[in-house]
Design a protein around this ligand. Structure first.
Ligand code: HEC
Ligand code: HEC
Ligand code: HEC
Ligand code: HEC
Ligand code: HEC
Length: 431
């Protein structure tokens, strides 16, 4: 479907501020439907044909959650390698540990998630753990044979705090699993923790799907699940070019998983163009500018999730650097959900499919109080969570996870950045 047709299908409703009030309860209801990493069966034959069935089947087996207990470590393993925590892998895998530590995977059990746990029962926590802390040793409570929650004697707090940790992706019953050896490299781990099982599926997008794609039987809004990255990828030119999630997010096998929280990574996925009618706008004269952003290099929608927002902005600013009312224009790129309806609906979806672009046009007469003109692109990677944390804090003054949520709110603010910016000084009155 051509991007222009897609646009017509998207609902454009006006956002109401009051919607935040309704967010918290339905969030849990929704995530209740997201249980189990899982099997994706597509309704569309076209997409099903694109899926790699062998990789998919392997991933379904590999990602059964919670990931079963590792059991006792083989005694012949090096002592450090008998441990499952990332901080022990660090002893021998210094680089991988440093990369992972700077990635969001290592922060998956951060204050924004954990702060909510204070009010969750066991099954709600389990729903989040499936993606945020998937190993059974990371679960404080587990289901016994009668499906009652009981304290987990194997609970490992350090491992829990490591979130999406090394062992979650690499260890099954202490057996290391890895991609094929790099060409020309020798395998050297035999004496330390045995030779890994090597599989090409570590390099397939299906490896990432379980946590980055909701199952098809969960809530769909406007025909799409809320997390829809893998399907977006199947429909993208990146798929046709054989570029997997790993080829963009783990170049040279690096464990950084950069995404929209990283300015350079985001810049690599888009092309930005701008024009101005004059480099020296004069007070009282007419002036125009355009700003265009095109999704030229992401393997999915820009951005893929419902949580970030990207703003195209143009304004005349006064001497204090404030935008002058009526001399400001803005366009937003986001899939914004209305969580006050049941089921949820979409306010709008203005995200850019691959090769789609959005242009902001600005035509004004330069106002007398203008000191400068600015054209910029502002990225809020956690726009949804910012509102969510604010509402939660406002609605429950005695919330036990307050300190964590305040911390998480500050983090969402610290992570905002300008992706592009151009400023022109306004020349004094033309007359
Ligand atoms: C006592 C040292 C030691 C510890 C501790 C250790 N490893 Fe290793 N591991 C090695 C060595 C040596 C190799 C082979 C050389 C290499 O690839 O870095 C290796 C190889 C691997 C490989 C395969 C890499 C390849 O060549 O493709 C994986 C995956 C791996 N280790 C995961 C882990 C994880 C996960 C942990 C922690 C739970 C861990 N290791 C702990 C020493 C260790
Ligand atoms: C299907 C997998 C999945 C499930 C289930 C899931 N999440 Fe997430 N969550 C993610 C992914 C992927 C991201 C990263 C999104 C992004 O980068 O925008 C994320 C991001 C977040 C963030 C923002 C980042 C941060 O650490 O502050 C919060 C908060 C969060 N999730 C809370 C939860 C809670 C609470 C639950 C359970 C009620 C839950 N999630 C269930 C996959 C999942
Ligand atoms: C989200 C899942 C995930 C996590 C977490 C993770 N890895 Fe990996 N790891 C992978 C994938 C996927 C590959 C293969 C990437 C490729 O070949 O493109 C890989 C490759 C490796 C390799 C082989 C690298 C090479 O250069 O040949 C090593 C060693 C390794 N990981 C160790 C670790 C260690 C140590 C940690 C924790 C500090 C860790 N991994 C955390 C998914 C993960
Ligand atoms: C052709 C390169 C490319 C491919 C392939 C690709 N990505 Fe991305 N991805 C990017 C770029 C660039 C960004 C930053 C801009 C953005 O947010 O879209 C990004 C952003 C993200 C984000 C940040 C959150 C957000 O809302 O955008 C996540 C999560 C993500 N990718 C996951 C995946 C997964 C999972 C796959 C495979 C199914 C994948 N990506 C395939 C390039 C790629
Ligand atoms: C066990 C579940 C799990 C698996 C497997 C997994 N991820 Fe993630 N990923 C997450 C969670 C949870 C987050 C969000 C962490 C947070 O911020 O709290 C995340 C965050 C990310 C981000 C950061 C996006 C941003 O907003 O900047 C990228 C990129 C990403 N993952 C890519 C991948 C790729 C590529 C793979 C496959 C090699 C993969 N992930 C496998 C759970 C997973």
């Amino acid at each position: 479907m051509a991007p222009s047709q897609l646009k017509h299908k998207r609902k454009q409703k006006k956002a109401k501020d009051s919607s935040w009030i309704y967010i918290i309860a339905p969030l849990l209801v929704l995530l209740g439907g997201v249980l189990m990493l899982g099997y994706i069966t597509f309704t569309s034959d076209n997409l099903r044909d694109k899926e790699d069935p062998a990789a998919n089947q392997w991933a379904v087996e590999y990602w059964r959650t919670p990931i079963p207990d590792q059991g006792n470590p083989p005694p012949e393993f090096h002592l450090l390698a008998q441990r499952v925590e990332a901080k022990n892998c660090k002893g021998c895998h210094v680089d991988k540990f440093a990369e992972w530590s700077s990635s969001l995977h290592s922060h998956a059990m951060g204050p924004g998630v954990y702060g909510q746990y204070f009010h969750f029962n066991e099954s709600s926590k389990a729903e989040c753990n499936i993606c945020h802390a998937p190993m059974s040793e990371q679960w404080e409570d587990t289901l016994d044979v009668n499906k009652n929650w009981e304290q987990n004697p194997e609970f490992n707090k350090v491992l829990f705090e490591e979130g999406v940790t090394c062992a979650a992706c690499h260890l099954r019953q202490h057996q290391r699993n890895a991609p094929p050896l790099r060409p020309g490299k020798e395998s050297l781990s035999q004496a330390l923790h045995g030779e890994p099982v090597r599989t090409p599926f570590f390099q397939a997008s299906e490896f990432c799907k379980g946590c980055h794609q909701h199952k098809p039987d969960t809530l769909k809004i406007g025909g799409n699940t809320i997390e829809n990255t893998y399907i977006e990828w199947l429909e993208s030119p990146a798929y046709e070019q054989g570029r997997t999630c790993q080829s963009c997010h783990m170049p040279d096998r690096k464990h950084l998983w950069k995404g929209i929280h990283d300015k350079e990574m985001t810049a690599s996925g888009v092309t930005i163009n701008h024009s101005v009618s004059s480099n020296t706008p004069k007070s009282g004269s007419s002036f125009s500018a355009t700003l265009t952003i095109k999704n030229t290099g992401t393997g999915h929608m820009f951005p893929t999730y419902t949580t970030p927002a990207v703003f195209l902005k143009a304004a005349f600013l006064n001497k204090q650097g404030q935008a002058i009312p009526n001399f400001y224009e803005e366009k937003i790129i986001q899939r914004r959900l209305d969580m006050s309806t049941n089921p949820w609906t979409e306010f709008f979806d203005t995200r850019l499919a691959p090769n789609e672009s959005l242009t902001l046009e600005f035509h004004k007469t330069v106002p007398p109080e203008a000191a400068s003109f600015q054209l910029w692109i502002w990225v809020e990677p956690d726009e949804f969570y910012e509102g969510f944390f604010r509402t939660t804090l406002k609605n429950s003054q005695t919330h036990e996870g307050r300190a964590q949520l305040e911390d998480a709110l500050q983090t969402t603010l610290d992570r905002q950045y300008p992706l592009f910016s151009k400023t022109l000084s306004v020349a004094a009155d033309a007359n």
